[in-house]
Design a protein around this ligand. Structure first.
Ligand code: KIV
Length: 286
């Protein structure tokens, strides 16, 4: 039990219980310690240390440059800030595609080094063997279908997937194959609402929607999109809950003005020394 929030650690059983009771699962991306403490207070069920940090935090144009060496310290920081959320380590590009062995080794790093509860990887039928290998090693896996950003080039960019019946059928089939391979949940990113509903109705594991409509077992948003913290754009699927970016820019401008005009610092912002100590210091220096 965490004293600050008085919630117990979220378990796989809790997530399945929510699904079976028809209660929605809340999921957000999280990349750092302070934000994780906020999410712990808000009792978010699932935190995803997404490789989207390559874009939102590190400023790359895609998630492809992200490595395990970048992901692990972020996952560790999030775990320190949120001891009780169900924590997902997102497997970066080319850490699982080359072989089942590389997939198991890198998934194991998230569990051993960052105390994650599971990993997430992108892809459908072609990933069945990887999923089976990781699950057999005792590590829960979340699947990710629809828009899979690591394949954005092959998918024609960051666009909705599964608008045609044929493409939608591929996603439905992939969801079934991943479930049969042993994933504990599937994230559906940017697929049409009706396709998400259909998959959710047929699924035995929780389906989480990112921009795929309300008919899923849970919802995911990218934290930076919710609070105006990603300067390049805000996607249509995001709901903006506040403009923290604007608050920060206004604060920074006020700071620069204060420093320039010598209004900062004030006595409450500095530290004093007793007169006798200062006199002694002057003597020591003379
Ligand atoms: O990296 C990430 O944050 C993700 C989401 C876009 C689903 O994979």
């Amino acid at each position: 039990m965490c004293a600050e929030t008085a919630r117990k650690k979220v378990s796989l059983g809790d997530l399945y219980q929510k699904m079976s009771k028809g209660e929605m699962i809340s999921m957000l991306t999280c990349y750092d310690y302070p934000t994780a403490t906020f999410m712990e207070q808000a009792q978010v069920d699932i935190l995803l240390v997404g490789d989207s940090l390559g874009m939102t935090v590190l400023g790359y144009d895609s998630t492809l440059p992200v490595t395990m060496e970048m992901m692990i310290p972020h996952a560790q920081a999030v775990r320190r800030g949120s001891p009780n959320a169900w924590l997902v380590g997102d497997m970066p590009y080319m850490t699982y595609q080359p072989s089942t062995e590389s997939a198991i080794r890198n998934a194991g790093r998230f569990m051993a080094e960052a105390a994650c509860d599971c990993v997430k990887l992108e892809g459908g039928l072609e990933m069945v063997e990887r999923v089976q290998g990781i699950v057999r090693s005792g590590i829960p896996v979340m699947g990710h279908l629809g828009l899979t950003p690591q394949s954005a080039s092959a998918l024609g960019g960051f666009r909705v997937q599964g608008r045609s019946a044929a493409q939608a059928k591929q996603i439905v089939d992939a969801a079934k194959a991943l479930e049969d391979a042993g994933v504990f949940a599937i994230l559906l990113e940017m697929v049409p609402n009706r396709v998400c509903q259909l998959i959710t109705e047929r699924s035995g594991v929780p389906i989480i929607s990112l921009g795929s409509g309300p008919h899923a077992h849970g919802q995911l948003l990218i934290f930076h999109d919710m609070f105006g913290l990603y300067p390049k754009f805000t996607p249509k699927m995001a709901k903006v809950y506040g403009n923290a970016g604007e608050v920060i820019v206004n604060g920074l401008k006020a700071y620069v003005a204060d420093v320039t005009s010598k209004r900062f610092p004030q006595p409450e912002n500095w530290f004093n020394m007793k007169d006798e100590q200062f006199e002694e210091l002057k003597k020591l220096l003379s």
